[in-house]
Design a protein around this ligand. Structure first.
Ligand code: TRP
Length: 446
């Protein structure tokens, strides 16, 4: 099977596919609200540091394993472990990754559904002339309506699983090529417009002038988790894409390009969103609704605001679509590796994710006060634990596997760089990334 595995047709297509996975709700929805909840600039500094020291090196490790194995994550891990004379149980890491993305996709689909709702409302001009309070009230009303939320969740998941069933490379390349640059442009426009508003100065201060006393162990945990989440690292999802990577391509260069794009999208979104927050005297720590209540207001002030807003939510939806397809891939690849057909695998996973997603839907109405663990309701749990614990644990193990278990020649060949470059990466992963992740996890959990 691996000999005939599909390949991304060009290097650019590979970079765009990984960017498509990386850029999504994490940048435009999660980054601003979590930065807002964790003290602004101090959080941003930590997050960028984690991207550089941890996310990026581990991203290379993860793609490298997939590229060297050319199989589904579980099979690649098992095969490479066997080759290295290590325990075959490394395969279980693939299963753990599949479980992680399962949890993540269950809420990801629900929040993407919010974007569908907002897109439709924007197209119908439903935000025209609304002030901040009215937009916020409309959003609250929507959250309290499980039927509308379920409809959108269902639609989004169906869109995702259909593409996944058709096969990743085929379904995605064209879409990615076209849409990522457009979204980027629109964000530049929006951030450019933000420079003319009253909130721009305070937004810059909030984002870029750190108050280090805001840093606590929990904030450090949040920043680390977010670095993994936004880069799509730690759940073997990029490993699955690495299996399709073209033969001749430098992995560090590809990964570096993705990280730059990913972080810059988050910064642009942050500038746009916090400018609104401060122009309108809103609370930066507003929570998961932050993007949804600020952007309609920002666009409303632009000429043809309703049109731009519709385009924005459409592009956001497409960005979350490519991310959710990536989230689904390791699960489908795992079931496929167990002998299930691709279409069946996609259907089974779609149904299971849909059911668990209902818990997130109901967390805003019937189950809002149902707090099974740590005083958190279902939505808080799935948006926190998988991202902040499972991804770092998975990333840590992937890094150990790539930098300590795999034979050097195999790993270096899959990295696609010369010896000095490889040694540098290996040293960073061994002596910086792995100890850092272990330390933060230990400090956060103990
Ligand atoms: N990075 C995506 C975002 O920021 C989410 C995502 C896609 C993801 N694939 C992933 C997160 C794999 C963790 C693992 O929206």
């Amino acid at each position: 099977m691996n000999a005939t595995l599909e390949r991304w047709s060009t290097r650019r297509a590979f970079i765009l596919a990984v960017t498509g996975a990386a850029v999504g709700l994490g940048n435009i929805w999660r980054f601003p609200y979590i930065t807002g909840e964790n003290g602004g600039a101090a959080f941003l500094v930590l997050y960028v540091a984690f991207v550089l020291l941890l996310g990026l090196p581990v991203m290379m490790a993860e793609i490298l394993v997939g590229r060297a194995g050319r199989r589904s994550p579980m099979q690649s891990l098992g095969y490479l472990a066997g080759q290295a004379g290590a325990s075959r149980h490394w395969r279980l890491l693939g299963l753990f990754g599949a479980f992680t993305v399962f949890c993540i996709l269950s809420f990801y689909s629900v929040v993407s559904g919010w974007s569908i709702e907002f897109f439709v409302t924007a197209v119908n001009g439903g935000f025209s002339g609304l002030g901040a309070a009215e937009v916020a009230a409309g959003f609250e009303g929507f959250l309290a309506d499980p039927r509308r939320m379920t409809f959108n969740h269902t639609l989004f998941l169906f869109m995702t699983m259909t593409v996944v069933a058709a096969g990743v490379a085929k379904g995605l390349e064209r879409l990615n090529n076209l849409l990522m640059p457009l979204l980027y442009l629109l964000l530049i426009l929006l951030a450019g417009y933000a420079t003319t508003t009253d909130g721009f100065g305070p937004a810059l201060t909030w984002l870029f002038r750190p108050n280090f006393s805001a840093i606590t162990p929990v904030v450090v945990m949040h920043a680390m988790g977010h670095a993994f989440f936004t880069l799509a690292v730690g759940a073997c999802a990029l490993m699955a894409y690495g299996a399709y990577m073209p033969e001749r391509q430098s992995l560090p260069r590809a990964a570096g390009a993705v990280a730059v794009l990913d972080v810059s999208v988050a910064l642009l979104a942050g500038i746009a969103i916090f400018s609104v927050v401060f122009s309108q005297g809103m609370d930066p720590g507003e929570g998961p609704g932050l993007m949804f209540v600020t952007l309609p207001i920002a666009f409303a002030e632009l000429p043809w605001g309703a049109l731009w807003l519709s385009v924005f939510f459409l592009l956001l939806l497409l960005a979350t679509w490519t991310s959710s397809i990536n989230l689904a891939e390791p699960m489908v690849a795992t079931l496929q590796g167990m002998g299930l057909g691709r279409g069946k695998a996609a259907a089974v996973i779609g149904i299971a994710v849909w059911l668990v997603g209902l818990l997130s839907v109901l967390s805003f109405s019937a189950l809002a006060e149902w707090r099974p663990l740590f005083g958190m309701n279902a939505f808080d749990l799935v948006t926190t634990i998988p991202t902040e614990i499972f991804l770092p644990v998975g990333g840590l193990l992937i890094a150990v596997f790539a930098a300590w278990v795999m034979p050097r020649q195999v790993a270096q060949a899959a990295m696609g760089v010369g010896e000095p470059g490889f040694r540098l990466w290996q040293a960073v992963v061994r002596w910086v990334s792995i100890p850092l992740a272990a330390l933060v996890l230990a400090a956060g959990l103990l």
